[in-house]
Design a protein around this ligand. Structure first.
Ligand SMILES: [Zn+2]
Length: 659
C-alpha cells in the first residue's frame, strides 16, 4: 500500500520533461485564419517596446548556455537545448507574436549582477535563485526545484565571486520551485547546528507539504496539460511556460524553516543586510512574502509581481486565489517600498531598473488585478455567467500596451472564470444545469439529436474551414465523447485545438491545447512508474494529513457494513492515533487511544515514511516485524483490502473505457 503516492505530485508537478518520452511533433501548419489572427494580434502589440530584452540581459556575467546539468541515472536535470529555434526575431505563424517575444526574453540565462551585493541565477530552472552577499556569508533566496540545478547555479556563482559560506536561506513561499533544491545549497547538519538560518513565511511547512497531497494524483495528470513537459520543443510545440522555460527534473528536498515570519511586516538584520518582510498570504500562494532590502534599494516582489499576469486558478487545479488581496498587496508594496527602490527583482523572469519604472510597473500590476476582479464582479451582478463574462472583458488599452500585464502564464478567460468560481462556485444558477447529464451520455444524445456523427462532422469541417476553432473543438469533443473510436472526429478535434494553441498568448493554454491534440491523435502518454516520493516531504507530512489521505482512498462500497477500530502507536515519536471505520467513513483522532481497539499497531514513523515512499509495504512490514500487532492482525489487512490505488493516467480528452 502506498498511502501518499501522490507526494509524487510535488515532483511531477514541478519536475519534468527530460524523464519522459517526447511525443511526435504536431503535424499541421497554421491555417489562413490563424495567420490572420496573428497579424491582427501583432498590430495591437507594443512591439516597439524592447526594454524586456535589455532588462533580461543586463548585468550578465556568464551565461549557462546549452550546458546539460545531469541528474542521477544519467538523465538531464536541466538543459536549454532544443530552444535554439527561438533565436529568430520574427514570430512564426504557429506561435502568438506576444508569446514568441516573451519566450525569447525568457531565454536570458546565467549569473547576473543586479546591483552591488545582489546577484541572480536565472535560466537554471523555471524559477530564479537570488544571492545576497552579507558581511560574512551569503543569503540565498529560493534554491530552485532540485538539488542538481541548485548546485550548478552555486558553482557558477562561486566561479566569479568569493567562496563564502551560506549563512541563511529564505523561502519566499510554499511552492516547490522555491524550496526543492535546498540541499544543493546547504547541508542539513549545518542548519541543525545553527550555522545556517532557514527563514520562511508563516504556514510554510503545512502548505509546502500539503498543497498537492489530497488531490495530488489528479493534479499530476492535469499538470501535464498546464506545463506541457511531454511536448517537443519547437515552433509547433512547447515554446515557454510563462514564468520561465520549463521545470527541472531531479532531486526535490526540503529543510524545515528555523525561523518563521509571522507578523504582517517584520524587519530583521541578517548578516548585516536589513530585510523588511511583508506577508502576502492567499494570493499567489497560501504562504508567501515579499522583501525589501533598503540598503541595496532593491524590492523583491518574489512571485507577487512577475513579468506577466499570473494564474488565479492554475489549470492543474488548486484552491482558487484571491485577485482582490493580490491587488492590495501590490498597492501596499507600491506605497511602502517603490519610492525607496532603484530596482525590482522577482523570483521568476527578469528585473525592472529605475525608480520610476518600478513604480509604473507596480501601478500597472496592481490595476490589472483590480480591473479584472472588479469588472468580473460587476458583470456577475448584472447576471452574466463566467463564460459570458470571459467573452466580454478585454484589458484596457493602457494595460494592453504594457507587456508585463499580458497573460503569458495566466489566461484572461480562465482567470475570469476563477473569479466567478471564488464568489459563486461552479453552478451558474440555471437549474437545467443542476443535474445535467455527464459528458458521455450527454454527448451521445446530442449527436443523435443533431442527426448523427456524419452530419455533425460535415458541418464541423465547414466551420473549421471558416476558422471557428472554439466551436469545432467543442462539438468535436462531443463527437469523441459519444464515440471515442471515431478517428475522424478525434483528428478534427485535435486540429481545432492545435490552431487554438497557435493563437494563444498564454503559454499554459498553448501547452494545454497541444497536449490535448497530442492525446487525441496518439492516446494518453504511458509514463514510467516513479516509485520514490521526496523523502524530505514525506518526513514532513503531519500525521493528520497522512490519515486524511488514507481516508480519501477508502472505497466506500467495499467498506459497506464494516466496522473497525485500529490504534496506531508510533514508538519513536510517541504519537498515538485512533483510526475508526464506521458508515463507510474513515475518521481518526491524533493523540488519543482507543478503549477497545480491534488491533493495536506498534511501528515507527520511519517505517510509515518508508511505506509512503514505496520502499516497503504494510504487508511486508508486518511480516518483517517492522509493524507489530497486538490483537487481530487480519484487521489491518481488511482495511488495506478496501483502499483504492489511483490510476496515474486517467482519460481527459475522451470518456473512460466501458468497464
Ligand atoms: Zn514559482
Amino acid at each position: 500500500m502506498t498511502p501518499i503516492r501522490s507526494c509524487l505530485a510535488l515532483c511531477l508537478l514541478w519536475c519534468g520533461s527530460a524523464a519522459l518520452q517526447a511525443q511526435p511533433v504536431p503535424a499541421n501548419e497554421a491555417t489562413e485564419a490563424t495567420r490572420a489572427a496573428q497579424r491582427e494580434q501583432l498590430a495591437r502589440m507594443p512591439m516597439a517596446d524592447t526594454r524586456s530584452f535589455d532588462d533580461a540581459r543586463r548585468g550578465l556575467i556568464e551565461p549557462l548556455g546549452d550546458a546539460v546539468i545531469p541528474a542521477p541515472g544519467g538523465r538531464p536535470a536541466w538543459s536549454l537545448r532544443g530552444y535554439e529555434f527561438l533565436s529568430k526575431e520574427a514570430a512564426p505563424d504557429t506561435v502568438h507574436p506576444g508569446l514568441w517575444r516573451h519566450a525569447r526574453a525568457n531565454m536570458g540565462n546565467g549569473l547576473f549582477k543586479v546591483t552591488d551585493r545582489l546577484y541572480q541565477l536565472r535560466g537554471f530552472d523555471i524559477s530564479n535563485m537570488t544571492v545576497i552577499e552579507g558581511d560574512s556569508g551569503l543569503i540565498v533566496i529560493d534554491p530552485l526545484i532540485t538539488t542538481e540545478v541548485a548546485q550548478a547555479a552555486m558553482a557558477l556563482y562561486f566561479k566569479h565571486r568569493p567562496k563564502k559560506p551560506v549563512v541563511a536561506v529564505i523561502y519566499s513561499h510554499s511552492h516547490a520551485d522555491h524550496f526543492g533544491g535546498v540541499r544543493g545549497v546547504v547541508d542539513g547538519a549545518d542548519v541543525a547546528a545553527g550555522k545556517v538560518k532557514v527563514i520562511a513565511p508563516a504556514g510554510f511547512m503545512e502548505e509546502a507539504v500539503g498543497e498537492n497531497v489530497m488531490v495530488g494524483q489528479a493534479m499530476t495528470r492535469r499538470a501535464l496539460f498546464q506545463f506541457g513537459p511531454l511536448l517537443p520543443r519547437g515552433e509547433r510545440g512547447q515554446v515557454d511556460a510563462g514564468l520561465g522555460k520549463t521545470t527541472s527534473f531531479g532531486t526535490v528536498t526540503l529543510i524545515a524553516p528555523t525561523q518563521l515570519i509571522e507578523k504582517p511586516v517584520e524587519r530583521h538584520r541578517i548578516d548585516g543586510i536589513d530585510i523588511t518582510f511583508e506577508l502576502t498570504p492567499g494570493a499567489e500562494a497560501p504562504a508567501e512574502m515579499i522583501m525589501h532590502y533598503p540598503q541595496l534599494r532593491v524590492l523583491n516582489m518574489t512571485e507577487i509581481a512577475t513579468q506577466n499576469f499570473h494564474n488565479l486558478l492554475p489549470m492543474r487545479g488548486a484552491l482558487v486565489r484571491d485577485a482582490l488581496a493580490w491587488s492590495r498587496y501590490l498597492g501596499s508594496a507600491l506605497q511602502r517600498y517603490a519610492g525607496d527602490s532603484e530596482v525590482m527583482i522577482a523570483q521568476h523572469n527578469w528585473p525592472v531598473w529605475g525608480r520610476e519604472r518600478v513604480q509604473d510597473f507596480l501601478v500597472k500590476q496592481r490595476d490589472a488585478y483590480k480591473y479584472l476582479h472588479d469588472q468580473t464582479v460587476r458583470l456577475i451582478n448584472h447576471g452574466y455567467v463566467g463564460s459570458e463574462i470571459a467573452d466580454m472583458i478585454r484589458m484596457p488599452p493602457s494595460l494592453e500596451q504594457e507587456w508585463s500585464t499580458h497573460f503569458f502564464y495566466g489566461n484572461l478567460k480562465h482567470n475570469v472564470k476563477a473569479i466567478y468560481q471564488r464568489y459563486l462556485g461552479y453552478y451558474d444558477g440555471n437549474p437545467a444545469n443542476l443535474d445535467a447529464l455527464p459528458p458521455a451520455p450527454a454527448a451521445r444524445k446530442l449527436i443523435e439529436y443533431m442527426g448523427g456523427a456524419e452530419a455533425v462532422l460535415k458541418k464541423a469541417r465547414e466551420d473549421y474551414a471558416r476558422g471557428e476553432y472554439r466551436w469545432v473543438a467543442q462539438v468535436a469533443s462531443h463527437l469523441v465523447f459519444a464515440d471515442p473510436a471515431n478517428v475522424a472526429a478525434r483528428r478534427l478535434n485535435a486540429d481545432a485545438l492545435e490552431q487554438l494553441a497557435y493563437q494563444s498568448e498564454s503559454a499554459t493554454a498553448r501547452n494545454a491545447y497541444l497536449q490535448g491534440a497530442s492525446e487525441l491523435r496518439h492516446g494518453a502518454p504511458r509514463l514510467p512508474t516513479i516509485t520514490t516520493a521526496s523523502a524530505d516531504v514525506v518526513r514532513a507530512l503531519p500525521l493528520d494529513m497522512f490519515f486524511d489521505f488514507m481516508a480519501v482512498r477508502l472505497n466506500g462500497d467495499k467498506a459497506l457494513g464494516k466496522r473497525l477500530v485500529l490504534e496506531w502507536r508510533f514508538t519513536d515519536t510517541r504519537q498515538d492515533v485512533v483510526l475508526n471505520l464506521d458508515n463507510s467513513a474513515l475518521t481518526h483522532v491524533v493523540g488519543a487511544r482507543a478503549a477497545r481497539p480491534d488491533a493495536t499497531l506498534l511501528l515507527t514513523r520511519a517505517t510509515l515514511d518508508e511505506i509512503a515512499q514505496q520502499k516497503t509495504t504494510f504487508p511486508a512490514a508486518l511480516s518483517s516485524g517492522a509493524i507489530k500487532v497486538e490483537g487481530d492482525p487480519s484487521k489491518l489487512l481488511l482495511l488495506l483490502s478496501m483502499i483504492d490505488t489511483f490510476p496515474g493516467m486517467f482519460p481527459v480528452i475522451e470518456p473512460r473505457p466501458a468497464p
